[in-house]
Design a protein around this ligand. Structure first.
Ligand SMILES: *[C@@H]1O[C@H](CO)[C@@H](O)[C@H](O)[C@H]1NC(C)=O
Ligand SMILES: *[C@@H]1O[C@H](CO)[C@@H](O)[C@H](O)[C@H]1NC(C)=O
Length: 391
């Protein structure tokens, strides 16, 4: 059939659409527009809308907020790119290709990525060197079933998009230290990530669950930490900020806890704070058993625009205070614009001033209205973006 002028226009139009559908990679239109329509929090909005984020992974370093500041010390011309190709572990003599080789042996700025999905069973705790980024975006990496991560006397570290679970306590022994030299370490509890005298640490978009001790411990003078976009679930002791009641150096500890998803089935410590200061903002709490936020030794807390959904049974009260504490009267637990569902309650400190975080320009971020918290924490945890370009 010979077409005349009027109907040749629609035909070429349909043809063009057909070509577009057939030849456009699966992810582009549908997924991208879905992504654009999604509400993203300020950290994610900084890199996720870029469909070429795999090519520009280091952009992530400029996206952090809160006490960690920006991670620009982790990027630059002298950056070493390291790819994990071997899921095996050797605690004393790690081979090139293993995670431990990139995280402990290589010194200087290292950006670690993974060749493929993998399950890594660490034989001893992984001691991460300063200026290291572990970037699990685009693959499904589990660190599970034995030893887990430790940051001891190190700074400028990013941990991103890892699934860390079923971590177990470890006996003392020899292990590759963060300076690339084999050292002896004492016994460790089974925590997913443990910080010891560490500073400028950013823990973003990880999924942490079912460990023998806790999921995340910030201890012994650690400070300038941002814990964001993580998913914590199935755990008794979730997050400890401050080593023990006697460890006075933690008075300077400053931690930002933002856009995290707590639950289901978390019991306590989201977080438990000793001595220092925590800005806990824009998190989603899907229940608790004993309490959500607690502490001892006169800690300061600004709880801001979090959504606390009390459990059906157990305690409806968000906070907990250690009784019989010498600093009992020095509590500073303030709640600002938080929302409470299912009968949740928050016992605030009476009088005094809400301690402001006093963020610098690069640390500061806009705390959003609690109405958006469900959507802004929807993609918390490690990403499921294995086969497409878009996360
Ligand atoms: C923490 O960050 C502040 C700047 O925000 C800096 O002055 C301080 O030295 C840092 N502390 C440590 C222990 O790195
Ligand atoms: C922020 O500054 C005010 C005024 O100096 C101070 O009272 C408050 O304790 C500071 N906040 C933190 C977290 O140090």
């Amino acid at each position: 059939m010979v077409s005349n002028g009027t109907n040749s226009v629609p035909w070429s139009f349909f043809l063009a659409i057909l070509i577009a559908i057939v030849f456009t990679p699966k992810f582009s239109f549908a997924k991208q527009s879905k992504l654009m329509g999604m509400k993203m929090n300020t950290i994610d909005r900084c890199w996720r809308p870029n469909p070429e984020w795999r090519k520009y992974r280091q952009q992530l370093a400029t996206c952090s907020v809160g006490y960690v500041g920006k991670m620009t010390n982790n990027i630059g011309n002298d950056l070493i790119h390291y790819k994990v190709t071997d899921p095996n572990d050797d605690p004393i003599n790690p081979k090139p290709g293993m995670l431990r080789y990139g995280a402990s042996v290589i010194q200087g700025k290292v950006w670690i990525t993974f060749q493929k999905d993998m399950n890594i069973k660490l034989i001893k705790p992984l001691l991460i060197s300063s200026f290291t980024t572990i970037d699990g975006r685009g693959v499904n990496v589990h660190i599970a079933d034995n030893a887990c991560l430790m940051i001891s006397k190190a700074t400028n570290i990013i941990i991103h998009s890892l699934r860390i679970h079923h971590c177990k306590a470890q006996a003392p022994g020899m292990v590759m230290g963060p300076n690339g030299k084999v050292i002896h370490i004492g016994p460790v509890d089974g925590d997913a990530i443990r910080l010891v005298t560490a500073s400028k640490i950013w823990i973003d978009h990880n999924t942490l669950y079912e460990c023998e001790d806790g999921l995340l411990d910030v201890t012994r003078g650690s400070t300038n930490v941002t814990i964001s976009n993580n998913w914590f679930r199935e755990q008794d002791k979730v997050m400890l900020l401050g080593h023990d009641d006697g460890y006075l150096r933690d008075i300077n500890m400053k931690v930002t806890v933002v856009y995290n998803h707590f639950g289901p089935n978390c019991n306590q410590r989201m977080p438990r704070i000793r001595h220092g200061y925590a800005h806990v903002a824009n998190n989603l709490y899907l229940g608790w058993m004993q309490y959500a936020i607690g502490g001892s030794m006169g800690p300061s807390l600004k709880s801001e625009s979090n959504l606390f959904i009390a459990p059906k049974i157990w305690s409806k009260e968000v906070t907990w205070r250690k009784i019989g504490n010498t600093n009992e009267d020095k509590w500073k637990f303030y709640s600002v614009r938080d929302a409470f569902e299912n009968g949740a309650s928050f016992m605030v400190t009476k009088g005094g001033r809400v301690p402001k975080p006093n963020y610098s320009k690069e640390q500061s971020f806009k705390v959003v209205d609690v109405k958006s918290i469900r959507s802004l924490t929807r993609s918390s945890g490690a990403f499921k973006c294995s086969s497409t370009s878009i996360c």
